[in-house]
Design a protein around this ligand. Sequence first.
Ligand code: MN
Length: 253
Amino acid sequence: MRFLVSNDDGVLAPGLAALAAALATLGEVTVVAPERERSGFSNALSLDRPLRPVRHANGFWAVNGTPADCVHLALNGLLDFEPDIVVSGINSGANLGDDTLYSGTVAAAMEARFLGKTSIAVSLAGAGARHCGQDGYAAAGEMVVRLIQGWDRLQLPNRTLLNVNVPEGPLARIRGFRSARLGHRGRAKDVLALEDPRGREVYWIGIAGEPADAGEGTDFHAVSEGWVSVTPLQADLTRHDALQDVSRWLKDF
Ligand code: MN
């Protein structure tokens, strides 16, 4: 099995190395990742400048672009093979509910939709994930390996990606897998108003809101109960059950 691995925390992130090491037990791993952290870049593509891939001593490709750039480039010219699965992560921090709209981790997996194959975004969820030790990433890597080992039994529509969130902690504390829908967060925390060293006003965007729709069946709930949440996602944002209302409304124009 041939894997393409990317992330949004950058080519030097510990989660990326942990994921590459875990997948190397299953097959051949190629890493193409942003040269620096690009969390929150969603599906952005760099169209105003060229991308220059640089190969690091460990074999990882570093690109001066976004997560979506990396996968786009890898699948459209950089690599001379087609990977079987694209895996993005392991992100430092959860990508639950509405996070998925902003997440570069999810976007890297979504960019793989051109392959028409399933891809996986993996995040390490937990308040302390930013400071998580190698144990958490290793456990998340092991859970991804288990998912891929069961790959043959999975039947999904084309162009579907899996969003996987692993609760932070040692492997022994993880209860197993749960399929879950995306929950929703409440309003984001306030923007932080600051003053720069020269007395000018600056603002820092605050952290995401607290989970608001986080009951049973949601990804928030699964992870908070110690399960690995697995959510199938699609790029189609159409609100299908509102199409008829809009259609009826447009008839009178
Ligand atoms: Mn990130």
